[in-house]
Design a protein around this ligand. Structure first.
Ligand SMILES: [Zn+2]
Length: 67
């Protein structure tokens, strides 16, 4: 069983800043109504390196699960 590793808060802040606090997919600006959702770019939940961290809005996260 794969052990899930959470991203560190500092990595989350850096990636959020790099993405200018916008969804990587649709470009919506994060705010209280559109909270950022942190995901694993390669789908490997054990890989919590910063390069594997992507920030999407909840809508894009849900769409990604369906397709
Ligand atoms: Zn989005």
């Amino acid at each position: 069983m794969i052990q899930k590793r959470e991203f560190s808060n500092i990595h989350k802040q850096i990636v959020l800043s790099n993405q200018k606090h916008k969804c990587k997919k649709c470009g919506i600006k994060f705010n209280v109504a559109h909270l950022p959702n942190f995901g694993y770019t390669d789908g490997n939940v054990a890989n919590n390196t910063m390069s594997n961290l992507k920030v999407l809005c909840l809508e894009c996260t849900e769409k990604g699960k369906k397709s």
